[in-house]
Design a protein around this ligand. Structure first.
Ligand SMILES: Cc1ncc(C[n+]2csc(CCOP(=O)(O)OP(=O)(O)O)c2C)c(N)n1
Ligand code: SF4
Length: 281
């Protein structure tokens, strides 16, 4: 019998933790959880070599449900934490997860500058065009005439934030739109995103069935982008598509090749007493 080590393939379910999700039955975020476990298994990333970092919101509960390392942080700050981790531990697969409120409202500043910096990590935004966890207020991506918002009964009257076009203009290196109802398709795109060097953004349209039940229709409305528009590396072509497709095209919509942000790690102070001295008031 050979003494060679037998490689054991990890299955998607082995990336799930023992914590049962508390999401409402039918929430799109279940599909995204499935996509993440499939992508990690597809790439055979060991759970101890991956970290899922989130902010606050229903979608930001994601790290709790995975067997990888994770950090369920504070509202809007996932990308700041994730960037710090990736810079300090470049060998880890770092994935930030959260919602449209977390990422584009309170976290909007970090979103712009993470696109601009281009660290080698992936950001999954479960976009449901509403604040789910706080019970149904309009978010930055809510359409202006949605009249069921708890604080905006006459609609917001404000143009929605365009995350993908803004990501492109800010320097994101890989931009995709996915549907939570296509768990396998999203997993395939996520694998590409993880492999791609630089900051990869996945906007996953993920229905909030409780506060936006009409979003169940998304699975019929979202369609793959025409083949010639998939994975374009021409920013002008991507911008035209992202500004005119009314948010319905799915797939990898832009792939760039900007240099990755990875500053050299040099420890200037090794003595702990000296470090302590630096912080003394
Ligand atoms: C600093 C701060 N401001 C506000 C909140 C309240 N809050 C918690 S979750 C949330 C919005 C969540 O919406 P989103 O990020 O879209 O995620 P979803 O729940 O829809 O998945 C807000 C405003 C908070 N926790 N911390
Ligand atoms: S409130 Fe909406 S986003 Fe939150 S778990 Fe329920 S369906 Fe999902």
């Amino acid at each position: 019998m050979s003494s060679d080590t037998i490689a054991v393939q990890l299955q998607p379910k082995e990336y799930k933790s023992t914590v049962k999700p508390v999401w409402c039955p039918g929430c799109g975020d279940f599909g995204v959880l499935g996509s993440i476990t499939k992508a990690l298994a597809g790439l055979q990333i060991q759970p101890e070599n991956a970290a899922i970092i989130s902010g606050i919101g229903c979608s930001s509960r994601m790290p709790t449900y995975l067997s990888t390392y994770g950090f369920h942080g504070v509202h809007g700050r996932a990308l700041a934490v994730a960037t710090g981790l990736k810079v300090a531990r470049p060998e880890l697969t770092v994935i930030a997860t959260g919602g449209d409120g977390d990422g584009f409202s309170i976290g909007g500043n970090h979103f712009l500058h993470t696109c601009r910096r281009n660290p080698n990590m992936t950001y999954i935004v479960m976009d449901n065009q509403v604040y789910g966890m706080t019970k149904g207020q309009a978010s930055p991506t809510t359409e202006p005439n949605w009249e069921k918002g708890k604080l905006t009964p006459a609609g917001t009257g404000i143009n929605p934030f365009q995350p993908l076009a803004i990501a492109l203009a800010s320097g994101a290196n890989f931009i995709a739109r996915c549907s939570s109802s296509d768990s396998n398709g999203t997993a395939r795109i996520l694998m590409e995103a993880i492999r791609h060097p630089g900051f990869s953004l996945l906007q996953v349209l993920s229905p909030c069935v409780t506060f936006r039940p009409e979003q169940r229709e998304w699975k019929h409305r979202l369609i793959p982008a025409p083949e010639e528009m998939q994975a374009t590396s021409d920013p002008a072509e991507a911008a035209r598509l992202l500004l005119t497709d009314e948010g319905v095209y799915t797939g990898i919509l832009y792939v760039g090749d900007r240099p990755v942000y990875q500053p050299k790690l040099e420890t200037s102070i090794t003595d702990i007493d000296e470090l302590d001295e630096e912080f003394r008031l």
